[in-house]
Design a protein around this ligand. Structure first.
Ligand SMILES: *Cc1c(COP(=O)(O)O)cnc(C)c1O
Length: 522
């Protein structure tokens, strides 16, 4: 049983060269890795280039005076450098990556193969459309699937992430209000449990943000919502299932109240993987919703990208969608690029060209390889897996909302750690020693010491059991008073505890050769 593997790290301090440290500072296969600029001299590269025959330059007086300081390494040195770096971080291809709200799922290699097909990967966005009909057809078919899965009449494909989709949706809403003489509506309502991008987007568009309270069972407080809806409200932004991993049971009433007050219903669709194929947001009264293709329909998105966040739109908002979009013309698909004629109300553009082609291909490959029935099963398995975790861990850790099942993520608070001297942060750090990426910590903010676990549909029962066994063993250690295991963790990672605030606030983004400086925020 995996629990027996979870002994105290045998060499606490090895990473700091106390105790049994290696002579090189390496740890088995994990070697210390300097920056590439600190490796090798400037004079060495992986290629030999003959000296130019004549020095005559067309650059006038702008010829470079000194070396530009590019690192010089042989090809094997370069390979090893990047392979070693790749081993220092956690990856979904190493173990479960249970980061709640982020939907870190396995990305089938088939998607990658399709995205690399030359006909998709080597196109130039300025090619004549007569030469790119296949790629345009893929975008058009993907748009069709998105509209069908959501029961919405229109979709803006170009936003490049969930947050970018939120921006697109709110810009459509603002344009619609202005067109209807309602430009004075200046407030957006956002529940307290919302993802940070929701209030940030509303503020970015120039709205003031008002919070809607949450009920004791983790849902939008309808009484508070009704009290705050009024002639000043432009929109509400609600995530469903919400960031507590719960379905908003009153979603139809929320939509009705919102529309009655003359406001639009923006749904944050980042959690669409929990309901895809089972519930169509259009049937619930949603006016705009972004879909994180890189979450629901897979794509590697650790490290911040790339992503794609198409926004489905209701009939009322569709005329304001940003260019470009496609129309089926006599000679195939044509791009509508200008806000003239039927497109006159388009609010503008979200990006220069057509959006993230590589993401479109991956998402479409995921859809087509699952089929309609498979996508329904995605939602079912995502929810089943989360409830399995809730059930297995729920006896020891405290579920934030114990009553009833959860959707695609299991949320725990830190009540069960009370009196142990171990915090949510310490517990998460100890998970690194066991070879797992921590869950999302301290989010949503409405739950004390929150631990949000999202297994996704791509994990097998065996992997879930491995994960649960490790967490239960850690939980036992915490309760048994083995505090040091947690407060000093991670013992076995290449770097130990970082000053994360310093690292976020004062990141060192440039390397300077002199004088030698210590590593950022270590
Ligand atoms: C991930 C997420 C977002 C933001 O999406 P990005 O693609 O990271 O910009 C917004 N809301 C929720 C609930 C999310 O989980």
């Amino acid at each position: 049983m995996a629990m027996s593997n979870v002994g105290r790290p045998t060499q606490p301090g090895a990473a700091t060269s106390e105790g049994h440290a290696s002579l090189t500072g390496g740890r088995g296969l994990l070697q210390d890795e300097p920056l590439i600029f600190e490796l090798g001299g400037w004079d060495k590269t992986g290629v030999d280039i003959d000296a130019p025959e004549h020095d005559a330059s067309d650059l006038g007086g702008l010829v470079r005076a000194g070396p530009i300081g590019l690192p010089g390494l042989s090809e094997p040195e370069t390979m090893r450098h990047y392979v070693r770096l790749s081993q220092k971080n956690h990856a979904i291809d190493l173990a479960i990556y249970p980061l709640g709200s982020c939907t870190m799922k396995h990305n089938p290699r088939l998607n990658e193969k399709m995205a690399r097909l030359a006909g998709f990967a080597d196109l130039h966005p300025l090619q004549p459309v007569s030469t790119t009909q296949g790629a345009l057809e893929l975008i058009d078919r993907l748009a069709h699937w998105l509209k069908t899965l959501t029961a919405m009449p229109a979709v803006a494909m170009t936003p490049k992430a969930g947050a970018n989709g939120e921006l697109c949706g709110l810009l459509c809403i603002r344009a619609a209000h202005e067109a209807a003489g309602q430009g004075h509506r200046r407030t957006v309502l956002v529940p307290t449990s919302a993802h940070g991008t929701n209030p940030a987007t509303a503020a970015f568009v120039g709205y003031s943000v008002t919070e809607i309270a949450q009920t004791a069972d983790g849902r939008v407080d309808l009484v508070d919502l009704a009290a705050k809806l009024g002639p000043d409200v432009a929109a509400i932004m609600v995530t469903n299932p919400n960031t507590c991993g719960l379905f908003e049971r009153d979603i139809i009433e929320i939509a009705r109240l919102t529309h009655e007050a003359g406001a639009y219903f923006y749904c944050d669709g980042a959690n669409f993987n929990a309901i895809v194929g089972r519930v169509r947001p259009g049937d619930l009264g949603v006016d705009a919703m972004h879909i994180n293709l890189h979450k629901t329909f897979s794509t590697p998105h650790g490290g911040g990208g790339p992503g794609a966040g198409p926004v489905v739109l209701s009939k009322a908002l569709a005329p304001f969608a940003p260019a470009p979009w496609f129309v089926h013309g006599a000679d195939g698909l044509e791009l509508v690029e200008e806000a003239i004629g039927e497109a006159a109300q388009a609010f503008g553009r979200m990006c220069a060209f057509h959006g993230q082609m590589g993401m479109y291909v991956r998402a479409y490959a995921y859809m087509r390889s699952h089929g309609a029935d498979g996508l329904r099963q995605v939602a079912e398995d995502a929810v089943l897996n989360a409830n399995y975790i809730k059930a297995r861990l729920g006896g020891v850790m405290t579920p934030a909302f114990p009553d009833g099942p959860c959707m695609h993520e299991a949320l725990f608070d830190d009540a069960w750690l009370e009196g142990t001297g171990v915090t949510t942060l310490d517990f998460a750090k100890a998970m690194i020693d066991e070879g797992f990426h921590p869950m999302t910590m301290y989010f949503p903010l409405v739950v004390h010491g929150a631990m949000l676990i999202e297994p996704t549909e791509t994990e097998s029962k065996r992997e879930l059991d491995r994960f649960c066994d490790a967490l239960l063993a850690l939980a036992q250690a915490a309760k048994a008073g083995d505090v040091e295991r947690f407060t000093g963790a991670p013992y076995l990672a290449p770097l130990r505890r970082l000053d994360e605030t310093q690292a976020a606030r004062k990141p060192k983004l440039a390397w300077r050769p002199e004088p030698a400086t210590p590593l950022a925020a270590e």
